[in-house]
Ligand binder design. Sequence first.
Ligand code: ATR
Length: 286
Amino acid sequence: MTDRNDYKLTGILGWPVSHSLSPLIHNFWIKKYNKRGSYIPLEISPGDLTESIDACKKLGLTGVNLTIPHKEACLPILDKIDETAREIGAVNTIVFRTEGKTVGYNTDSFGFRAAIETNTNAGWNLFGKNAVVIGSGGASKAVLHALKIWGAQEIRITNRTDSRAEKLALELGSGCKFWRWSDRNKALADVSLLVNTTSCGMVGQPPLELDLDLLPKSAVVNDIVYTPLMTSLLKRAKARGNPIINGLEMLLHQARPGFKAWFDIEPKITNDLRKTINAALVGDLK
Ligand code: ATR
């Protein structure tokens, strides 16, 4: 017999939220794994965040994702913050526990690492190697967190506004080096991984100004921008023979822990899912 209480309502709180791809990803998995439930986008203004999280809890939602501008603002509101989320300073996944506690997690760091690991040759590892991260915004913090626990030898951080990169490098401590924006091209020598966490290359934004000449041809290049999937950085990297990973991979992988926590199943990233999201992205870009 079907248990009437096994229906799970989940969603995403954002402002704006209409362009979020998370409803597509989670509803794809709900259908694929025959789960009873739904994932809905909820447009919540910054001033309504506290009441909305409370309402979600009272309405019996299983959990929600958070996107801009709520990821940092929710920290003081939640009952408990997971260690990774605290270190990154942002929450993107909330679980409403049955005993009434609201717990916040950050799955972006996991998503980034999983995206790289599943799209590189078996055995590829960052341990003892150098990486360079372009940008010092919220996305950069999650990427840096992953690189640090991965055991990279040297993590180079560079950002258009030097002071932001310098501050981040200081906060992260040993193994993290600040590189001036004017020296960014030189930071690419001897690295095994280059990650763009800026909005450069996104539709409507200027391309990333970065000279790839010193980048080893074996270095993996990852752009976290996914509109478009093939940014100018990825096109240039591919043309000179570097392995590339597009921004859709991190987006898909960061969704996995939330789905697992809410629906108690480890969802798979399949080509069918990629095709579904790709089709939506192409539609959005028209
Ligand atoms: P997010 O939280 O998504 O990372 P963010 O905090 O607004 O967003 O950060 C955007 C990043 O893109 C920043 O590193 C920003 O550089 P600044 O700190 O100098 O603002 C970077 N960025 C945006 N436009 C840029 C451009 N035209 N050239 C270089 N970097 C740019």
